[in-house]
Design a protein around this ligand. Structure first.
Ligand SMILES: *Cc1c(COP(=O)(O)O)cnc(C)c1O
Length: 386
């Protein structure tokens, strides 16, 4: 069996799917682009998506000439709601994107059923939710298709990487044709990826996290390492050169190994997530409602702070591995929103939460250390009344 076949087989087993339903890509976003293209989405078509996502998501829509239609999130769980999505549907809606923010899926069964009734495609953004489930079924299995990321801080890692799951058999032939256009990564790209893969384990240590994060960000800007995004992706809506890239054998081999410890990490994440949630509720801070907890895989746990810079500095001193995702409704872009056809003023929840959000690590055996840090800095958190 080749590494491609083996990797697909291992992924499929986690999704109760067949390896034939899996396609592998250089990054998760490439999988999204391939799915949209296979769905025939293009000029004049509208794609509904959360106004609380990564810029690479609207990018994939815009590269195809389609129109992103944003939906505000709910303060209950930071996902879009079925009710708000329905309000945005027009005769031009061709696809609805549903995201597992931080590993939580919301109302995906109802959204998928509604879309099917209206001949609208659905894609689940499972970049945070691989390994988790919604009402007992693996994340990604409710919609026509789903895409996943194996970038270094996603549920399991291959440095950068991603794959898609296709549930709607009608699209099989078309996706196969689209995938034939994939280009192969160059030797240089594969080598620099190897560096990222080897360095990644140090990102899991409290002591090396902050200096490495800084180094990674400065290197990836210069192109010295394979970064999560290129300047073209962050500053323009033009399809970058070499974007539509296949996965490499390096990623496949590391993926097969990395998947072996997924179960252990998932258990750890859920345990920490529940500990944090209980703590936050006890202290009157933002927390998830009980009804969401069984569906949450807690890739990260969100906290909302008054002064983000100051809080990050304190966390670095205390050697707590804070993350900063969703610093804007289309992370990490913070200007020229009109390029992405977004007016943040129209999404007050997404705007507010992205102004104050940070996230706590859940892949830690020392959640108590994180709680002690929070307790020491309680007045830095935004207080909440539910
Ligand atoms: C990471 C991420 C992506 C993109 O995944 P890549 O593998 O980096 O392309 C898409 N959507 C969300 C919400 C993400 O966090």
């Amino acid at each position: 069996m080749t590494s491609t076949e083996k990797y697909k087989k291992e992924i499929a087993a986690h999704l109760n799917a067949s390896p034939k339903q899996i396609s592998l890509y250089w990054k998760g976003r490439v999988g999204l682009y391939a799915l949209l293209k296979a769905m025939g989405i293009g000029k004049g078509d509208e794609v509904i998506l959360p106004a609380f996502t990564c810029v690479v998501v609207p990018n994939a829509i815009l590269y195809l000439g389609a129109t992103p239609v944003y939906v505000d999130i709910s303060g209950d769980h930071l996902n879009t709601t079925f009710a708000h999505i329905k309000e945005k549907v027009t005769p031009n809606t061709r696809c609805i994107l549903v995201q597992n923010t931080f590993g939580l899926s919301s109302e995906v069964d109802n959204i998928a059923a509604f879309a099917k009734d209206h001949s609208i495609y659905t894609i689940e953004d499972c970049t945070h939710g691989f390994g988790g489930s919604f009402n007992g079924k693996p994340n990604g299995t409710y919609c026509d298709a789903a895409f996943y990321s194996t970038q270094w801080n996603k549920p399991f890692s291959t440095g950068v990487g991603g794959f898609s799951l296709l549930n709607n058999h009608v699209l099989e032939k078309r996706l196969k044709e689209v995938n034939q256009e994939l280009i192969s990564p160059s030797l240089k790209q594969r080598k620099t990826l190897g560096m990222l893969i080897r360095g990644r384990k140090f990102m899991l240590y409290d002591s090396t996290y902050w200096p490495l994060l800084r180094l990674y960000r400065s290197w990836s800007k210069t192109g010295a390492v394979v970064g999560s995004s290129t300047i073209t992706e962050l500053e323009t809506i033009d399809l970058p050169e070499g974007y539509f890239m296949a996965s490499s054998t390096e990623q496949e081999k590391v993926g097969i190994q990395s998947l072996k410890s997924l179960h252990e990490f998932s258990k750890l994440r859920q345990k920490s997530g529940l500990i944090y949630n209980e703590f936050m509720r006890k202290h009157g801070q933002w927390n998830y409602p009980d009804s969401d907890l069984p569906n949450h895989s807690f890739l990260k746990y969100p906290v909302f702070v008054k002064d983000r810079m100051q809080f990050m500095q304190k966390a670095e001193k205390a050697k707590v591995r804070l993350g900063d995702w969703f610093l804007s409704p289309i992370h990490p872009v913070t200007e020229n929103y009109q390029l992405w056809q977004l007016d943040p003023q129209q999404f007050p929840k997404a705007k507010f939460y992205s102004n104050h959000i940070l996230n706590l690590p859940t892949d830690t055996k020392n959640a108590q250390k994180v709680l002690r840090f929070l307790l020491d800095n309680m007045d830095e958190l935004i207080s909440w009344e539910k």
